[in-house]
Design a protein around this ligand. Structure first.
Ligand SMILES: Cc1cc2nc3c(=O)[nH]c(=O)nc-3n(C[C@H](O)[C@H](O)[C@H](O)COP(=O)(O)O)c2cc1C
Length: 147
């Protein structure tokens, strides 16, 4: 009997909202949908939203995460969806969150060591590259926003 090999990965992407007036209700709908689906799929992660841009970390089985990403990528609520990182991980960083939404202000992003210059210069998530994406992930993994 063949065994299905599970490979734990994280996938990180950024995108831009297509709705310049994205409401709290619209954001809550995305989070509700995400949490309902992700808990069935054993996918965990976080979603950040700042200055019209999304940053999302998805963790789970590689096939599951990649196919979920293709579904998310096609969602018309955002555009310019750019995959920054997709790689195997030893363990999850956000294991208890089917989709965490740490409420972070732009001013707080400017305080993150290693990212302060970047956000202070008015950049948004869509201009991140993989090095800074990892700094951001680490900040949320161990940071004050986990409470
Ligand atoms: C920024 C953003 C992030 C999303 N994240 C997720 C997610 O983590 N999990 C998920 O299932 N759907 C996510 N979605 C929604 C999917 O694109 C899609 O609408 C949803 O999975 C379909 O759910 P349904 O099967 O309940 O219709 C996201 C959408 C956007 C715009």
């Amino acid at each position: 009997m063949g065994q299905t090999k599970m490979e734990l990965i994280h996938l990180i992407y950024t995108s831009a909202t297509t709705d310049p007036d994205l409401t709290k209700e619209a954001l809550d709908e995305i989070l509700e949908q995400s949490r309902a689906n992700n808990s069935k799929l054993d996918v965990t992660g976080i979603l950040l939203f700042d200055m019209g841009a999304f940053f999302q970390v998805l963790e789970g089985d590689s096939d599951t995460v990649e196919s979920l990403y293709r579904r998310i990528e096609a969602d018309e609520r955002h555009k310019n969806v750019v995959k920054l990182i997709s790689e195997p991980i030893e363990e999850r960083s956000f294991g208890e969150w089917s989709m965490g939404y740490p409420k972070v202000t732009h001013a707080e992003l400017e305080e993150i060591p290693g990212l302060n210059d970047f956000f202070a210069c008015g950049h948004s998530f869509i201009e991140l590259e993989d090095g800074r994406a990892k700094i951001l992930l680490k900040a949320f993994k161990g940071g004050q926003w986990r409470l």
